[in-house]
Write a protein that binds this ligand. Sequence first.
Ligand SMILES: Nc1ncnc2c1ncn2[C@@H]1O[C@H](COP(=O)(O)OP(=O)(O)OP(=O)(O)O)[C@@H](O)[C@H]1O
Length: 755
Amino acid sequence: MAKPKGKKAVKSSSRKESRQKQQQELDKLQERINNYDPKVDESSISQFSDLPITQNTLQGLKEANFVSLTDIQRKTIPIALKGEDVMGTARTGSGKTLAFLVPTIESLIRNKITEFDGLAALIVSPTRELAVQIFEVLTKIGKYNQFSAGLVTGGKDVKYEKERVSRMNILVGTPGRISQHLNEAVGMETSNLQVLVLDEADRCLDMGFKKQIDNILGHLPPTRQTLLFSATQSDNVKDLARLSLTNPQRIGVSSDQEISATPESLEQYYVKVPLDEKLDVLWSFIKSHLKSKILVFFSSSKQVQYTYETFRTLQPGISLLKLYGRHKQTSRLETTMKFSQAQYACLFATDIVARGLDFPAIDWVVQVDCPEDAATYVHRVGRSARFGRQGKSLMMLLPSEEEGMLKRLKIHKIDPKFMNIKQKSKKSIRPQLQSLCFKDPTIKNLGQRAFISYFRSVHIQKDKDIFKIDELPAEKFAASLGLPGAPKIKIKGGADNKEKKNASRKLLALAKADDDGETKDESSKVRTKYDRMFERKNQTILSDHYLKMTDAKGDDDSDDDFMKVTRKDHELNEDELPDLTLPNSKRQAKKALSKKASIASKGNPSKLVFDDEGVPHAIYELEEEEDFIKAGDAKTQKEDFVAREREVMKETDEVDKEVARQKRQEKKRKRKEIERRAREEELGSGDEEPVVATLGGIDLERDMEQPSSDEEPVSKKPKWFEEENKKTKKDEFVEYEQPETLEDLESLTAKLLGN
Ligand SMILES: Nc1ncnc2c1ncn2[C@@H]1O[C@H](COP(=O)(O)OP(=O)(O)OP(=O)(O)O)[C@@H](O)[C@H]1O
């Protein structure tokens, strides 16, 4: 008679059975994926449950109320599941986020990626806010899977970040921060990377992020799957496709039409407004739409600040908010949340929020300043009328912009209707603005900076059929801002100074790209001198399940860098500093004085700029810019020699790096093998441990069990953790659901940190 099996043996065999069952399920799914033919099968797919995806993902989707597929999801997900490279283009608000997140998660499941496999998916977003949004959706739909996921959008606590980043299976972040981690994080292993996603791909690939993206690509294995998504595609995307995609499937748009149409449910209007009447029109518009949620776009952060401050003082009767790059990260997140939750509010913003952000139920998108091109128009207006909802947009065009802009939009079959402004419904706020500028030098200073920023923004535009700086009524515009006169603007470099113009253009493109406050390598050469003046303290958000909020100081942007500004009637000199800087605290006053002393010791600056605290910064830009241009001249013999030496060293370095990489990989393989064996033994040895490392309930247990040198030892688990651990696995998911308010987020952070 056979000996009855022991308890352990029964458990072990049931575990074996369940693993076999899982494998069978995966094999079946793989077979369905392999047999999928879009021409035959596409029409039969309408719900997520029709897709060959795992029960875990289906459950996550269902709980987040995602049941039916959108068009872009139906077309791209099955193709992406096959492992093919995809360039997906679809209207704004049509559900592209799930179109790349579902196949990304499924790829990791099918490749049996576990917490020990390092980085397996990288999701790149051009802005911090969008990265946060993507991460939130990921944590919702992926919570039943066993991966770790992190959010990196800028860094302060580098050591802490590096330690964690190397343990993440999925990383969502902005190009600058991801690139930095790939360069610097020691244990960051990318050889298992399965999927690279670029959301807002054309934006990620434009000049401002080029270096970072190239650097990221250099770190990734060539065999990966690449998914590119955007409502607009561009030549840059094609470049990337040529460089690193394998027979990419273009889905959602034909190759001759690079910009998809705007949402059908969007009513689009434009008005013709002289520059000096824009603020009156905006004010009147807001006053007549107090029961609305309005998003207003300006071309620069200074205009946002000026309009926000003045309108706030004049109190239109609706809650006003502002959002632009180089703003404290905590304020940015707070504003995003406030605007998301508000029923009626008006948000003044730069193009930092133009892409991807999914603010619910925006009634109106107003473009005070003309978008730089059709793609920007599409993304801006796409913040409204999302996912089939109704929405409206209004674009203000100067008489000089009207013809050119409408022509550009027509090419992409966008035809906003002309809206007439009834003169009697337009109220002039010029007297109030003049009085504000007269009474409050800070407002006047903001107005001057807004004026300069606007001219600068027009100057840097490429499309001169639309943007005609010579036709702008400078004096009238200044008066409309309440200023006593137009600040004098001198455009640096002669018209035929090509080199200077190119350097400027490069810098300006980067200034635009840098609105998010991310570091840009591309311009490192040209920016060095600016960095000295505008050195930023970047903000870290590193999160594996939670956001760690830290304080950051946003610096002034370099609005004035391309135009020298002096007052019309006299040159700006140091004696004026106390007047203009208006330090409103002792600390600021002290800072201003010490800055002034240091300026004096360096001789005469070419110009002075003022940061957000009113502190002056001297700019010695002319000599430095010339130095930069000269750097391109013929090299001396000595320079040639140094260059050759450098080349040899670089080659040697490459070889060393490769050897080191191979050694690391070998070491990692061995370590993984040992860990796997240990796990197998542990699993086979008795009591089943609950799985705790998940997308939703991430890594906590593992971190506790394997503390690094500077982490708390196992015995010092925080009390709340012990208590939570008593609950069932399901309870944990509920407990750690994505926080909805800033307060939730902060308390969760504190909780997770054990404070
Ligand atoms: N299958 C679905 N069922 C229900 N809602 C969905 C579905 N897919 C997406 N949504 C919702 O539609 C909205 C827009 O989705 P998403 O942000 O992914 O659009 P997008 O195409 O990426 O837009 P953009 O081009 O502006 O980045 C979101 O609120 C999202 O939750």
